[in-house]
Design a protein around this ligand. Structure first.
Ligand code: ZN
Length: 256
């Protein structure tokens, strides 16, 4: 996993997936225990500003590819929306009001020697995860951007895509939309590194859940529903500037 949010760097154990059977039984036990608290698709619904920021960034990349550097720079700045920073900060950290932790004994904590070694997906595995999940968070559905793409854009537009030491010094939209590869079942709880246990998420959903099992924070298994599909390409065409023809059309939100 990439470095967590800086000023409040969060230690998240990678996980591995339980078997579906275990997940299901975990859900059932929690449903019985916490039947007054409905399970959710995500910790907190995304705000409209994120969709707007994605439109700006999509337009920025199109402007860049058309040689309109000034327009691209301005659009990247416009996407740095303070409300997105507030949304992100409301989700990660120990005191988030949106993360309601309810301990479960369904998957007990494993001793260190019983855990599989944490491993992040290889480049090929990440590619396959995006083929399956697209470029949207499997929990909240917001558009995401790979770190490598963000770094390439930052190299070209360092003043507009700010990325400092603390969270508050980072571009709000790029940090919220930072693609993560999140283990559904934490490795400390018996999860493995198989891709069936890993989903593409945004940074706030990943760091907001921390090392808890899905059922412990009242989340539904995102693999039980279809991923969000839209024309959002994760800004990947910036990366392929010299490899592919320009894409026509613009980002059209599909439910993020
Ligand atoms: Zn998310």
């Amino acid at each position: 996993m990439d470095a967590a949010p800086t000023s409040r760097r969060i230690s998240r154990s990678a996980s591995a997936p339980p078997t579906t059977k275990k997940l299901q039984s975990g859900y059932m036990s929690n449903i019985l225990t916490f039947d007054s608290d409905a399970f959710r698709h995500c910790l907190r619904d995304p705000i409209a500003d994120i969709t707007q920021a994605a439109r700006y960034l999509d337009q920025a990349v199109s402007a860049h590819l058309n040689g309109q550097r000034d327009s691209a720079e301005e659009l990247i700045r416009l996407a740095d929306i303070p409300a997105i920073r507030e949304w992100t900060e409301s989700l990660w950290g120990k005191n988030s009001p949106y993360v309601r932790y309810r301990p479960s004994t369904e998957l007990p904590l494993l001793a260190q020697h019983e855990r599989v070694r944490v491993r992040m997906p290889s480049a090929i595995e990440k590619h396959n995860l995006h083929l399956r999940d697209g470029y949207h968070c499997r929990f909240c559905g917001i558009p995401v951007v790979r770190k490598e793409i963000r770094q390439r854009i930052r190299n070209m537009y360092p003043n507009a895509l700010r990325w400092g030491i603390t969270n508050w010094e980072c571009h709000a939209a790029f940090q919220a939309m930072w693609a993560q590869y999140d283990h559904l079942v934490p490795h400390a709880r018996g999860g493995t590194n198989e891709l069936a246990n890993v989903v593409v998420t945004c940074a706030p959903c990943n760091f907001g859940r921390m090392g808890h099992c899905l059922e412990e924070v009242g989340l539904l298994n995102p693999l039980a529903r279809e991923p969000v599909r839209s024309s959002w390409d994760g800004l990947e065409r910036f990366h392929r500037e010299h490899e592919q023809p320009l894409r026509t059309g613009s980002f059209d939100d599909a439910g993020a």
